[in-house]
Ligand binder design. Structure first.
Ligand code: PLP
Length: 421
């Protein structure tokens, strides 16, 4: 058992050399020379793991022991790399963080219990009484809710501006602004941010920027290389990819993330070892899954756009999308989410189409291998007033389809029968 412990300590420590991760030795070029498929499989992992297992083990420990009191003192005074207590870190979590940082092209990443825990963690760490955050209006509805209902209680103002209106974003910044937050693409309208313009505004005003790139993933969009300070993902979606875990991440420069890491250690919004293992397992096939999600999304969007029962399709890969030029400039592919409006349909006729789908399952979420379908009116926006839905751009005849990785032809045939019946 002693050798397992030794190997675990050596190989899972944050400073150990990793295959294609930072500090990797003996590999020409290191991680920058590797593509996303290689990074998803190897980055962040030790070359040699406990018991020479090929997978990283799950460490269920809530605490970690010291052989004697001097070791505790050495650990604190010399800031040695090892685990101490589960709320401050777990070996699997560190592997996942290195892998996610490599995929995002960032210096560091932090893993949280969910995408919302990551979002709340960043905003709580970065904002204080009297500050404000400039926020674009199409962002995820729970992120908006956190800003509107909760940040306000701590004396932090949220200034909401129209997504894509860069003059309005510029004009909204005040000396009290600490953060510019947007999402790209947005959910469900799929607006795409002009990252160069956002970064330019942020830098000119000395304000940090954050992009929630959940819908894009690091495969399709790399905001850090465009100069954005923080990139956030709900790993519950494509990164986990199997609809079987909740997780969230934020990536950026290590020094800028340090206060977020400290707050996480206090707040305790960490992920659980089994869930982290599932995330690492899901990430192995990340690139392959994204290729199929992108193929399915584009094919389904094109099919819907040409269908007589469809009034409008929101998909950034379509030439008809308002932000197609931006999407083409920044994105490798356009993801699996397709939003559309049914022609001349009230809410019931729209719900009938959702109900007739044989392949897609009715559920919130996106990014998993199973295709999911929902009508925003009866899912996320059911408790909103008609006026609020109008304000958020959620008509009764809107359907949101999150294409999984099924065969493209089967998905299209299923939608065709649901629309025709
Ligand atoms: N950001 C976006 C764009 C989302 O769609 C979601 C969830 O749907 C979140 C953040 C929150 O992620 P989680 O559900 O993992 O908390």
């Amino acid at each position: 058992m002693a050798s397992v412990e030794t190997a675990a300590k050596r190989d899972s420590s944050p400073s150990s050399a990793t295959a294609t991760g930072r500090g990797a030795e003996g590999r020409p070029g290191g991680e920058d020379a590797c593509g996303p498929g290689t990074l998803a499989v190897h980055a962040g992992e030790a070359r040699r793991k406990p018991l020479d297992a090929i997978t990283d083990p799950i460490f269920c420990a809530s605490t970690y022991t010291f052989p004697d009191s001097q070791s505790v003192i050495d650990y604190i005074e010399q800031e040695q790399s090892r685990e101490e207590y589960g709320r401050y870190g777990n070996p699997g979590e560190r592997v996942a963080e290195r892998k996610l940082a490599a995929l995002d092209g960032a210096e560091a990443a932090l893993l949280f219990a969910s995408g919302m825990a990551a979002f709340v963690g960043v905003l709580m760490a970065k904002l204080g009484q009297g500050d404000n955050v400039v926020f674009t209006d199409e962002c995820y509805h729970r992120s908006r809710q956190f800003c509107r209902e909760h940040l306000a209680r701590f004396g932090v103002e949220t200034i909401t501006v129209k997504t894509g209106d860069y003059d309005a974003i510029d004009a909204a910044v005040t000396p009290r602004t600490r953060l510019l937050v947007s999402e790209s693409p947005t959910n469900p309208h799929q607006s795409c941010v002009d990252l160069d313009r956002l970064v330019e505004i942020g830098r000119r005003h000395g304000v940090e920027t954050m992009i929630d790139a959940t819908l894009a993933t690091p495969y399709n969009l790399r905001p850090i290389s465009a100069g954005v300070d923080y990139v956030l993902h709900s790993c519950t979606k494509y990164l986990g990819g199997h609809n079987d875990l909740l997780a969230g991440s934020v990536a950026g420069a290590a020094d800028k993330l340090a206060p977020v890491r400290d707050l996480r250690g206090v707040m305790g919004g960490i992920n659980q070892p089994h869930s982290v293992y599932l995330l690492l397992r899901g990430l192995k096939t990340f690139e392959l899954r994204m290729q199929r999600h992108n193929e399915n999304g584009l094919a389904v969007a094109r099919f819907l756009e040409s269908h007589p029962r469809v009034e409008k399709v929101y998909y950034p890969g379509l030439e008809s999308h308002r932000d197609h030029a931006q999407a083409k400039k920044y994105m490798r592919g356009y993801g699996g989410l397709v939003t559309f409006l049914v022609r001349d349909a009230d809410w019931r006729a729209t719900a009938d189409i959702v109900d007739r789908s044989q392949l897609c399952r009715i559920a919130p979420s996106l990014g998993g291998v199973e295709s999911l379908i929902e009508q925003p009116l009866v899912m996320s926006y059911y408790q909103r007033t008609p006026e609020e839905r109008r304000q958020y751009g959620i008509p009764d005849n809107m359907i949101r389809l999150a294409c999984g990785i099924e065969d493209t032809a089967d998905l299209i045939a299923d939608l065709d029968q649901a629309l025709r019946a």
